[in-house]
Design a protein around this ligand. Sequence first.
Ligand code: 7TS
Length: 404
Amino acid sequence: MKDIDVLRKDFPILERKINGKPLIYFDNGASTQTPRCVVDEIERIYYTGKANVHRGVHTLSQEATAAMEATREKVRAYIGADSTEEIIFTRGTTESINLVASSYGQLLADGDEIIITTLEHHSNIVPWQLLQQKKNITIKVVPLDANGALDLESYRNMFTDRTRLVSVAQVSNVLGTVNPIAEMATIAHRHGAIVCVDGAQAIAHMKVDVKALGADFYAFSSHKMYGPTGVGVLYGRKELLNAMPPYQGGGEMIGHVSFGSTTWADLPYKFEAGTPDYVGIAALSKALDYLQSIGVENIAAHEHRLLRYATTQMSEIPGLRIFGTAPEKSAVISFLIGNAHHYDTGVLLDQLGIAVRTGHHCAQPLMDYLGVEGTVRASFALYNTEEEVDAFIVALRRVASMLS
Ligand code: 7TS
C-alpha cells in the first residue's frame, strides 16, 4: 500500500485533537472519513456546476447528467455488474433494502418464506417485518455458531418449496464475520430463491464482484466507502428489476403520465423518483477513483494486519471479552471490559481522543443472542495505523484499571 503518512494527509480531519489528544478514529463501521478529492469535488460542483439532472437542455444540466451517469458506469464496473441499467441510486443501504422489500415484496404471495440471519443490522430485519404486515410471509433466521459464523447446516435445512428470498449481510457490523455469500447463493439458487446482499460493511474493505458472489441484489452506502453522505446504491439483476413495480412515484420515473394511466420509465430510472443527490453521486465517483488508486486488496491486507495486531494485544488484557472470532473476519472488533458498561468505556476512550461506537449497533436481536445490552466497537479503515492501535491498547488498559 502507499505510504500511510502520505495517505493520512488526504484526510484533514485526522489532524484534529479531541479533548486535547490526537484523534484516533476507530468508528469507520459507522462512517469512514472523506478524502480531500471528494470534498473538493463537492465544492467545485456547488460553486461552478450545480444544476438539476435530466431536466434541461442547458449546458449545466447536461454536465450534471453526464457526471451522474459517469458515476453509474464507474459503480457498475467497480462491482462487476453487466449493465448500468442495474445500478440504482438511493439514499443508502437502508433505502436500498427497503426498495427490495417494498417492491420485490409485492411479488411474494401469502405463505412464501424468506431467510435472514441472526447477525443482521436492523435495516435488513425491519423492512421484511414491514412486508410481513402486508403479506403473510414467514421470516426464518439462520443461527450462529460459537465463533459468530453462520451455521450453514441449519441454513441448508431451512429451504422449502416456499422459500423465495435470502437476505444476508456480507459482513457483520458487530462481529466482523464475513459470510460465505457465494456458497449461500449457490444453495439458494438451487432452491429457486434469490439473494439480496447487504454490502454496507463489505464494499470498502474487500473486492466485491456481484456476479462472482451470485448476488441478485446488492446494497451499499457511499458514506462508508470514503464518499459523501446521503447516497447509496442498489444493484439488481435486470430481469428482476424489470419485473418489479416502482418503489416511489414522482418525477423522472415515468414514461408518460395521464390521469387515466401512467407508464414507467425504463431502468434504472423507474426506481429513481424525484431529484437525486446528484452532487453527492458525482462526488462518489472521486471516492471510487480514490479507492482504486490505493487498491481495495491492499486496503484489505492493511486492515487485516491491524485486526490481527489489535486482537492479539486486546486478548492479553485481563477481563476483556471479544465478540466475534469467526475465521473469516473483517476489521471490526466488538468487546466489553469486565463488567464495565459499554457507554462508560466509550466515554473514557473519548476523553483520550479515541472514537469508538458503543451500544447495540442497530443489531438488537444479535445483542439478545450474545446476552449483552451492547458492546464497544472499534472498526478500522485504510488510514489507521499500528501506532494508533498501540495508543488504543494503552487506553484500554487504563480504562480497565479505572472501571474494575
Ligand atoms: N447494514 C449494515 C451491515 C450496516 O452496518 C449499516 C450501518 C446499515 C446496513 C445501514 O446503513 P445506512 O448507511 O443506510 O445507515 N451500520 C452502522 C453502524 O454499524 N454504525 O453506524 C451505522
